[in-house]
Structures are given as structure tokens and as C-alpha cells.
Design a protein around this ligand. Structure first.
Ligand SMILES: Nc1ncnc2c1ncn2[C@@H]1O[C@H](COP(=O)(O)OP(=O)(O)O)[C@@H](O)[C@H]1O
Ligand SMILES: [Mg+2]
Length: 353
């Protein structure tokens, strides 16, 4: 049944702010133990969705379920979720241990057991021995982990994280996101994670909900979104694909023969019929050669980036962006090239925009 601890469901949720509809109609289901990321451009409704789940905003219509229970009208403190805020919101005058124990004590637990549980949770997030420090005496990454510990100590059904890495520098962000993911997998809690950074979303998620103007543009595993984008918006948003015009020449079963700039390639048909089609074309979908067979083109721009070369190439598909990680010497603008199609990095797009 739906009485699954940690399950989350939005059923036809709408959210208006006055006359403005931020979320027109949102339905989605999250399985227990999944880390699901809400991803999308600024203003698409990620924070509003998370705040409705936390009970900090109420939906104008529809239902929200946690662990199979309808919580739509329950206040935040009765929802069994904890939120890790962007700003961490640690109490600066309390020690790390006191910060983590605070939620337990204000929930009625005695100071002794609360402190013990706080210590255990700090161990869990790799902060053993730092209980007595003040937040200001920790690095940004450590403060982040205190914020996670403070949420986890309450053993919520669902952990909510709103842009949890945005106060960290780029190097630390990569490490902390790996730590959060590792912890989530080890402990198996459900997490709803908000970010506008597609690379971060790909790195941490079981599934990603890409949102656009308050709607689900596509929900799927990182691989599904990257390899089978449902729309041009997804193809561009996840991994910045070139979107080019192709022609489905024939379809046999699930396989389409697709003509692309004079070359032909077999791709999953994705329900398309013969005729013009839009194709998601990743930067690594071709090998750049100076002989061989494929799509003819001319180098327009070339940038050497150490382990790869980035090109913009003009040809029958228009100007496309290509990454070459094989050749050592970058080709100069004006060079004639032939693009050999690789089996990966191309996908027919079932719908426009
Ligand atoms: N309290 C509010 N009052 C009015 N409009 C709001 C309020 N909160 C959010 N919005 C609007 O709702 C939309 C979604 O906002 P938000 O959920 O914060 O987006 P995101 O987190 O994806 O950047 C935006 O257009 C935003 O301006
Ligand atoms: Mg936001």
C-alpha cells in the first residue's frame, strides 16, 4: 500500500501567490530511500515546492502525502521532515553539540540523551570530537555538515535540502555533494534536493525532476534525462546539447534510420515516424577527423583546454559545438574537417520546445 515510510507524493498541487500562479499543476511521486532533485532555472518553483513539502507554504489546491499520510493541512512541526537551509542557519552562540541537540531538546528529550544522540550523529557525518567548537570555528564544509547533522538527528522521514552547497567554493562543493550522497545511500533516508546546477543534480540524484515554469518538464534518472531528453528544453538544460534538424528516413520496430547532415545513423525511434525531426546532438557525439566519412564541416572557432579542445564547427547542421578529447594539436579556424558520428550522444527528440 502507500503506507511507506519516507514516500512522498504531490497530487495535482497548485500554488498561487495572489494573482500569480507559481505552480499550476504538479504531480510527482518519490519512493522511500530515493534522492530526488528538483532542478530548473531560477524562478521555476523549486523552493516553493520544497517549502510546501516542509509545511512552510500551503498549496492553493491539491494534496501532499508523506509516508502515505495526507499532510496537506498539517503544520510544519508535525510533518516529520527536516530542512537543511542554504544559509545553514546555525545558532552562532551555541556549540556544535548544542546546535545538533537543540531540536531534540525542544522536542522534549532530556539534555543527557539528547547530547548523546547529537554526538552519535556528529560521528556519522564525520565531525567526531568537534562538539565543543562554535560554528565560527569550523570551515564552511564542516558547518554544512553540522546543518545536515542537525536535520538528521531528528530522524525525519524525509530530508529536504535547498541549494545546500551554494555557500561553498567550487572545490569544496564537489566534495560535500559526494559526502551528502554517500551518507544518504549509507543511511537510506529519502531526500529531496534542490539545485539549479545540472552537474550537481546529475552527480547526486537517483532521479531528477526538471521543472519549468512550475511544471514537470521531465522526471527520470540522470542517464534517462541525458540520453533520452523528452524535449529541446531538456536536451539543452541537461548537458547543453546542440539541437539540430534531421530526417527520419525509415522506422523498423524501435529503430529509426536518421539522416543528419548527409550522414545516416540508427537511433531509438522513440515513437517518431518518417519525416523531419529534431535531434539532440551532444558535444561528444562526433570524432573530429580530417579524412574519413561523415558530416563535412569547417572549424569556426577553436579553444585548447588542456585535456580537450572545444570547437565550433560550421556545416550542414548549422554551427555546432563539439568537444574533441583525442587529438593533441588543435585545428585552426578555417580547417576543413569531417565529423564521424559516434554511436553515443545522439537522440531523437519526441517533442518540440
Ligand atoms: N512569497 C511569494 N510571493 C510572491 N511570489 C513568490 C513568492 N515566493 C515565490 N514567488 C514566485 O514564485 C516563482 C517561483 O519561485 P521559487 O519557488 O522561489 O523559484 P526557484 O526556487 O525555482 O528559484 C517565482 O516567480 C517567484 O518570484
Ligand atoms: Mg530557490
Amino acid at each position: 500500500m502507500t503506507q511507506k515510510r519516507g514516500a512522498v507524493e504531490f497530487r495535482a498541487v497548485r500554488k498561487n501567490f495572489g494573482a500569480f500562479t507559481a505552480i499550476p499543476d504538479l504531480s510527482l511521486a518519490i519512493e522511500p530511500g530515493e534522492l530526488v532533485t528538483l532542478l530548473g532555472p531560477s524562478g521555476c518553483g523549486k523552493t516553493t515546492t520544497l517549502r510546501m513539502l516542509a509545511g512552510l507554504e500551503s498549496p492553493s489546491d491539491g494534496q501532499i502525502l508523506i509516508g502515505g499520510q495526507d499532510v496537506t493541512r498539517l503544520p510544519a512541526d508535525r510533518r516529520d521532515v527536516s530542512m537543511v537551509f542554504q544559509s545553514y542557519a546555525l545558532f552562532p552562540h551555541m556549540t556544535v553539540g548544542q546546535n545538533v541537540a537543540y531540536g531534540l531538546e525542544s522536542g522534549g528529550m532530556k539534555p543527557g540523551p539528547a547530547r548523546e544522540r547529537a554526538t552519535e550523529t556528529l560521528d556519522l557525518v564525520g565531525l567526531a570530537g568537534l562538539e565543543k567548537r562554535l560554528p565560527a570555528e569550523l570551515s564552511g564544509g564542516q558547518q554544512q555538515r553540522v546543518a545536515v547533522a542537525r536535520a538528521l538527528v531528528l530522524e525525519p522521514q524525509v530530508l529536504l535540502l535547498d541549494e545546500p552547497l551554494s555557500n561553498l567554493d567550487a572545490r569544496l562543493r564537489r566534495r560535500v555533494r559526494t559526502e551528502i550522497r554517500e551518507l544518504q545511500q549509507r543511511l537510506g533516508f529519502t531526500a529531496v534536493y534542490v539545485t539549479h546546477d545540472q552537474e550537481e543534480a546529475l552527480a547526486v540524484s537517483d532521479r531528477i525532476v526538471v521543472m519549468k515554469e512550475g511544471r514537470v518538464a521531465q522526471m527520470g534518472s540522470p542517464r534517462e534525462l541525458y540520453e533520452s531528453p523528452a524535449s529541446e528544453f531538456i536536451a539543452d538544460f541537461i548537458g547543453e546539447a546542440n539541437v539540430v534538424d534531421g530526417q527520419v528516413v525509415s522506422v523498423e520496430g524501435d529503430v529509426a534510420q536518421v539522416e543528419l547532415g548527409g550522414a545516416t545513423v540508427a537511433l531509438p525511434a522513440r515513437g517518431l515516424q518518417p519525416g523531419p525531426a529534431r535531434v539532440s546532438f551532444r558535444a561528444n557525439a562526433v570524432r573530429v577527423t580530417t579524412g574519413g566519412q561523415g558530416i563535412a564541416g569547417t572549424i569556426a572557432t577553436s579553444a585548447y583546454l588542456g585535456d580537450h579542445v572545444e570547437y565550433e564547427i560550421d556545416g550542414p547542421l548549422g554551427r555546432i559545438f563539439v568537444v574533441d578529447d583525442e587529438s593533441e594539436t588543435p585545428l585552426r579556424p578555417g580547417s576543413a574537417v569531417v565529423l564521424e558520428l559516434r554511436p553515443r550522444g545522439l537522440a531523437l527528440i519526441p517533442e518540440g520546445t
